[in-house]
Design a protein around this ligand. Structure first.
Ligand code: NAD
Length: 418
């Protein structure tokens, strides 16, 4: 991270920007700026050597006006109460902009999972699942994977919950392996929406995606899939980076081979088709048509934004631009497709997984991808309509205007509890 902006303050300032264009009372807006509740807990597990170790963990349930809380669980040393609150708020407005009947939540454990064995991570995950049990459930709160968690952790959480509840309820969690009730297309969904949104933006801006140059910061699940799919759409991926550094080839490289190199060696650096090694900051400021930030929050602050040369940014990561960076990019006419739309493929296919679990009926990957495309294109069109209607400078504000209105409508239509 190049900036220590508090992500929860970023979320609140994004909501305040959008509120200027909404006919919603300050009291309702105030409610929509804060989570409904946050669980903070300490998990103590036995290490493989017999010692005990304590870990701090959180689950924030931001808003449930439109449906069960929905959002991932992150394992990272930088997890904090405010980060989890911010991420849960972004989830609320993400499920609203893509108009799926879910609210927003998020969880995390403060840990660097690389330092722990698989059995230690299993004990920790099951311990967190026991803490979460009273607040989760397919009609209450449905967690999913996020940074450093995946199918393995989701399967452990599902098994712990189902064992303790003496039931089968696969819809309690999404992002599961296919054989445990997961959905076709879930692993690729975030990268897929990132590039579908980019495709729509290029079309809207009358720019050609064929041959467009692309840089991808962060080469994990979201980043490398976005690189692969945009390459398949005819664009040229020229740069990529991960936490160890970046690679560059002005003529483009094979994004799948770069991912294979990362899996083999732990890093994209050293990949044979790379002509030059770059720093992370170099990758973010390359002169490309499309930049895809796909790592963590606050990757681009105002200083770095001044050097950004991309024409379009599609935010695969959550919160990669600080509000100050947003302002600088606005002044430079960079078209930013906000995270709540660009990376909404993950939660949208999680929603499809939840629907399939409840129906006890699996969809084909083709159907999943088609339904996802319809939802992302509709959300992009809703964003553009509001962007033009209010003559907005920033597509992010347009997305929040649409999303906040939908959440506020659900809240107000519900009436008040005496
Ligand atoms: P991941 O753990 O699979 O990948 C993260 C990648 O970022 C890794 O390659 C890591 O090396 C890299 N990275 C970390 N710090 C970096 C730095 N300072 N500079 C450059 N690269 C760095 O995680 P993911 O699931 O791909 O998630 C990435 C982002 O996408 C997060 O913001 C996450 O919240 C968001 N997101 C993910 C999903 C999903 O379904 N996976 C859905 C929505 C949003």
């Amino acid at each position: 991270m190049s900036d220590d902006t508090n992500p929860f303050e970023s979320l609140q300032s994004q909501i305040e920007d959008a509120a200027n264009y909404l006919d919603i009372g300050d009291d309702v807006i105030e409610r929509l700026k804060h989570p409904e509740r946050v669980l903070e807990t300490n998990l103590t597990i036995e290490r493989d050597d017999g010692d005990l170790e304590r870990f701090k963990a959180f689950r924030s349930q931001f808003n449930g006006d439109r449906g069960p809380y929905k959002g991932g669980i992150r394992y990272h040393p930088q997890v904090s109460r405010d980060e989890v609150k911010a991420l849960s708020g972004w989830m609320t407005y993400k499920t609203a902009i893509v108009d799926i009947p879910l609210g927003g939540g998020k969880g995390g454990i403060v840990i660097d999972p690389d330092d722990y064995s698989e059995s230690e991570l299993e004990r920790l995950t099951r311990s967190f699942a026991r803490e979460l049990r009273p607040m989760i459930g397919e009609d209450r709160d449905v967690p999913a994977p996020d940074v450093n968690t995946g199918q393995r952790e989701m399967n452990w959480i599902k098994d712990t919950y189902e064992t303790l509840e003496n039931t089968t309820e696969p819809g309690v969690i999404t992002g599961k392996a296919i054989d445990s009730g997961g959905s076709a297309g879930r692993v690729e969904a975030t990268g897929r929406s990132t590039v579908l949104a980019a495709r729509e933006a290029f079309d809207y801006l009358d720019k050609d995606l064929e041959g467009a140059t692309v840089a991808v910061q962060g080469y994990g699940n979201a980043g490398w899939i976005a690189a692969k799919l945009i390459d398949e759409m005819g664009a040229t991926v020229v740069a990529a980076s991960d936490s160890t550094g970046g690679i560059y080839n002005p003529d483009g490289f094979d994004p799948v081979a770069a991912k294979d190199h990362k899996i083999e060696t732990g890093s994209v650096v050293g990949y044979e088709e790379s002509e030059e090694e770059l720093t992370n900051e170099d990758v973010l400021t390359l002169d490309v048509d499309l930049l895809i930030p796909a790592a963590l929050e606050n990757a681009v602050d105002a200083d770095l934004a001044a050097d950004v040369e991309a024409d379009v940014i599609s935010e695969a990561a959550n919160g990669p631009l600080t509000p100050a960076a947003d302002e600088v990019l606005e002044g430079k006419d960079v078209f930013v497709i906000p995270d709540i739309l660009a990376n909404a493929g993950g939660v949208t296919v999680s929603y499809f997984e939840w629907v399939q679990n409840r129906q006890r009926f699996s969809w084909s990957e083709e159907r999943v991808n088609e339904e996802l495309e319809t939802i992302i294109v509709d959300a992009f069109n809703a964003l553009v309509e509001t962007y033009e209607e209010h003559d907005l400078e920033n597509p992010r504000t347009a997305a929040y205007v649409v999303a906040i209105q939908r959440v506020a409508d659900a809240f107000e239509e519900a009436g008040s509890w005496p």
